[in-house]
Design a protein around this ligand. Structure first.
Ligand SMILES: NC(=O)CCC(=O)C(=O)O
Length: 266
């Protein structure tokens, strides 16, 4: 068994100090030790929110400030942090970067959001990523994407074809489209026969409301955890055998006919 913790946060926009201190507080209040290796997931841009007009000032070099903060907590609690993105200053511009930190506090992988969301001005302020992110989480091949990436079934399929069995998704997905969020998480889990482990923001900034609704969905599409719409930290165990069971029972990956899946726009 492996265990995931969903830390659903009401992000304070532009205030990294407040978000750091809230995460500290939630962990010290709600962390439950376990024998199962544990990964905690945070929302997209959990430390600064969508203050993109101030991205230049808020971003830290390669996202190091946030990685250091999480690294210290990872060591203290002997946990992973998987996903949860920050603004990272890079030579190619500022990126929306999800970080993977192991229990030694080391940043072992990161993912720069590939599909920038124009309705929240990401195309105006941020540079996009150009690669996927897969890694070994306690022997379980896993991957990360961020929010709007969830809409691109072909991108998530690439992860599954690379052998990913657990996909971590961090998001700031507004309440206005909460239904899409819910359906797409379940669809991606069912069609790829993988765990989908998500963490969305909750609360509101001005008129922008976020409903949370973070889900952990198993490879059969069953919801193992629904965080509701409040701030908090919740845990659930996942049985790694379920992915192989689902894939051998309904042999989608054996039955694909990729020679027919051509891109007709080319
Ligand atoms: N932060 C995001 O990428 C939001 C994506 C979103 O709201 C959507 O509808 O897609």
């Amino acid at each position: 068994m492996l265990r995931v913790g969903i830390l659903q946060l009401d992000v304070q926009v532009g205030d990294r100090k407040a978000n750091f201190s809230r995460v500290n507080e939630l962990l010290s209040r709600a962390f439950v030790p376990s024998k199962s290796p544990t990964a905690i997931v945070l929302p997209e841009l959990w430390d600064t929110g969508y203050a993109l007009e101030k991205a230049q000032a808020l971003a830290s070099d390669e996202g190091n400030e946030t990685a250091t903060f999480l690294g210290d907590l990872a060591k203290k609690y002997n946990i992973w942090f998987i996903g949860g993105s920050t603004l990272a200053k890079t030579s190619a511009g500022i990126k929306n970067r999800a970080q993977v930190i192991d229990p030694r506090g080391e940043l072992i992988a990161y993912y720069d959001k590939v599909h920038r969301f124009p309705l929240m001005d990401e195309d105006k302020y941020l540079a996009s990523g150009d690669r996927d992110c897969t890694f070994n989480w306690e022997g379980f091949k896993s991957g990360c994407v961020i929010c709007y990436d969830l809409r691109f079934c072909e991108w998530i399929r690439c992860y599954a074809l690379k052998g990913v069995k657990a996909l971590f998704i961090s998001a700031e997905w507004p309440a206005a489209r909460a239904k899409h969020w819910d359906i797409l998480l379940k669809a991606r889990a069912i069609e790829n026969q993988m765990y989908v482990i998500s963490c969305n923001r909750c609360g509101a900034t001005g008129k922008d409301a976020f409903d949370g609704g973070s889900l952990v969905v198993d490879p059969w599409g069953e919801v193992l955890l629904d965080a509701g719409n409040l701030e908090g930290l919740w845990f659930v165990d996942i049985d790694v055998c379920k992915v192989d069971q689902a894939r051998s029972t309904v042999p989608v990956f054996k039955d694909r006919v990729p020679t027919l899946y051509v891109d007709i726009t080319k």
